[in-house]
Design a protein around this ligand. Structure first.
Ligand code: 6PG
Length: 254
């Protein structure tokens, strides 16, 4: 499936377009399967989208009560830590929308270790996606949970979620979530990330990218994909059976 690249004039416009795409995807998922499952990205870019979703007309139209929110990655910090992706989402979105608490699935909640957080998250995914415990990580049966939508960002180094260039986690073929370590330049190195096979099981994967800092990475990904795949984890996001969108602004256009 060829990626669909949509260029917008601003992050505000990207966020409105992403909110519309989310709404369409949610309505389609609920009509087909009775629920909408979404994996959120972290970092700073999606904050505007979350604020958009918690404002009219989206906040009234969105099927919150039939939706389940997960995170594609999380820093292994307390949920009220400024580095927490959940914390940012709670302030920008969760506190403003009628999403049942049992349908919000933060990563790393109260785990003693980052490895335990990854395992617990796999169990949480299995329960929402109705996959039995002994089938977790049984890639042989192709038992990867399929998110209706996966939101992703891309770092200036080409990482996505918390899958960083050169990481062993990029070779994972069975696990759904892994304890990973970010490079030294990042303030929080201990993280949990969903894996490539799980992310690529998504029915609709949407990258949001804004700003000139993303331009070199997008240039490689769009114009030299074979080389990009060798160096950038974001270039290895290719839905097995789904759609891929890049919503970018004019500054990020290669
Ligand atoms: C994280 C994110 C990460 C993010 C990129 C882009 O936890 O840091 O999930 O993958 O999407 O780093 O971050 P910005 O949106 O801040 O540029």
């Amino acid at each position: 499936m060829q990626a669909q690249v949509k260029v917008h004039n601003s992050l505000e416009e990207i966020s409105r377009a992403a909110a519309d795409l989310l709404l369409r995807c949610a309505e389609k998922a609920i009509a087909a399967r009775g629920q909408f499952t979404l994996a959120l990205s972290g970092g700073s870019t999606p904050k505007k989208l979350f604020e958009t979703l918690s404002s009219e007309p989206w906040v009234s139209k969105f099927p919150w009560r039939s939706s389940h929110l997960f995170w594609g990655d999380e820093r292994f910090v307390p949920l009220d830590d400024p580095e927490s992706n959940y914390g940012m989402t709670r302030a920008a979105l969760l506190e403003k929308v009628p999403l049942p608490e049992g349908q919000v699935h933060p990563l790393a909640l109260g785990s003693a270790t980052v490895e335990e957080a990854a395992r617990l998250y796999e169990n949480e995914l299995a329960s929402v996606f109705n996959i039995t415990a002994n089938d977790i990580n049984s890639a042989s049966k192709g038992n990867f949970p399929r998110f209706d939508m996966v939101l992703l960002g891309v770092g200036g180094d080409g990482h996505t979620a918390s899958l960083f260039p050169g990481s062993e986690a990029l070779n994972e073929a069975k696990r759904w979530a892994l304890a990973v370590e970010a490079p030294e330049i990042y303030p929080t190195r201990e993280r949990v990330s969903l894996t490539l096979p799980l992310l690529n099981s998504g029915r609709c994967i949407v990258f949001l990218a804004a700003g000139s800092g993303k331009k070199p990475v997008l240039d490689k990904i769009f114009n030299d994909p074979a080389q990009a795949e060798k160096i950038y984890p974001a270039a290895r996001i290719k839905p097995r059976d789904g759609e891929l969108f890049w919503l970018i602004d004019a500054e990020a256009v290669p």
